[in-house]
Design a protein around this ligand. Structure first.
Ligand code: ZN
Length: 323
């Protein structure tokens, strides 16, 4: 039985069960967040008017997530489904189809500043130049796995502000009675994001410009780079789906030597072995763990979006300045 059929079967079984329907509160808006970062933004906008179910939880990797039958059940019963879009959630189309949901699927990147996935590429021949939205002529196997756009838009706080506005609009349209609350919450949280954005800029300003090149596992920080002026180099592309080839790694090590990268970091969602190998071959010390695509679980340093962004810039700055 295919995964899709299994999901569809699970939905139809549960749909016949009256208890599943009875658990949903009449007052709360039932919201699906595709991954942990969106769940946190949604919680800040929805407060206690919404009940949020997160598909890919803290520490999870949405690029390679395999939905469970319970996910299809949750999506089937949702009032609103919040997703990133730009092919970040590779599982989404299949899951939505299998669930048979009639809820709006809201792409939170809509209206934010979107970068093409080629725009921030570092370790491949750049002679062809970059054509926004166009397929690369000599795309390698890695590039066939993801779309033309870099999905990690939340790594720019200005884009996160757009996500928050989109969430408020979605909640207002699903629950008009709560609209004033959603708007007020979004406004108050938006103020915190504006302060966070300023804090990151101030921290980057304290790092000498010639020392702002660093290494991470996968190309998840293109928006951070574009917005705040820290250069990220990574052996893996914008998806974690395919592993870096030996040639990618060799090219990266060459580039590290040429660019004099100041620091290297592991990412919470990826295996640290490759980064440790590059660190040992380049003589760099691993400067800590960055959170790119998921929050940390309770007790970790990145329990909320704001904590995550603050942890990342603090870790980056500290590692560069002590190197
Ligand atoms: Zn990613």
């Amino acid at each position: 039985m295919s995964a899709l059929l299994k999901l569809a079967a699970a939905v139809s079984v549960i749909a016949l069960s009256p208890t599943a329907v009875a658990t949903a509160s009449a007052q709360e808006l039932s919201v699906i967040a595709s991954f942990s970062i969106i769940a946190d933004l949604a919680k800040n906008v929805g407060g206690d008017r919404v009940k949020i179910t997160t598909l890919v939880g803290p520490g999870g990797d949405a690029h390679v997530y395999e939905p469970k039958p319970a996910d299809a059940v949750a999506v089937a019963g949702a009032d609103v489904v919040l997703v990133n879009g730009l092919e970040f959630e590779g599982f989404l189309e299949r899951l939505v189809e299998a669930s048979g949901t009639t809820a709006p699927i809201v792409e939170l990147t809509s209206g934010s500043e979107i970068l093409s996935s080629a725009e921030e590429e570092h370790h491949e021949g750049g002679e062809e130049g970059h054509q926004e939205g166009a397929e690369e002529e000599h795309a390698d196997e890695e590039d066939e796995d993801h779309g033309a756009f870099d999905p990690h838009a939340w790594q720019s706080v200005r884009n996160a502000e757009v996500y928050v506005d989109n969430i408020a609009v979605a909640f207002c349209s699903a629950d008009a009675a709560g609209c004033d609350t959603y708007k007020a919450n979004a406004e108050a949280y938006g103020e915190q994001l504006i302060a966070l954005d300023a804090e990151i800029r101030a921290a980057v300003a304290q790092i000498p410009e010639e020392r702002r090149t660093i290494i991470t596992s996968h190309d998840a920080f293109g928006y951070f780079e574009h917005e705040y002026g820290v250069d990220f180099v990574a052996p893996e592309g914008v998806s974690t789906e395919s592993e870096a080839s030996a040639a990618d790694i060799a090219a990266l090590i060459e580039q590290v030597r040429a660019d004099k990268a100041s620091a290297i970091f592991v990412e919470s969602i990826t295996n640290s072995r490759l980064i440790e190998q590059i660190a040992s071959e380049t003589g760099l010390t691993v400067g800590g763990e960055l959170y790119s695509d998921a929050l940390s679980s309770e007790g970790g340093p990145a329990v909320t979006y704001i904590d995550m962004m603050r942890h990342n810039i603090t870790t980056i700055k500290a590692a560069i300045l002590r190197s």
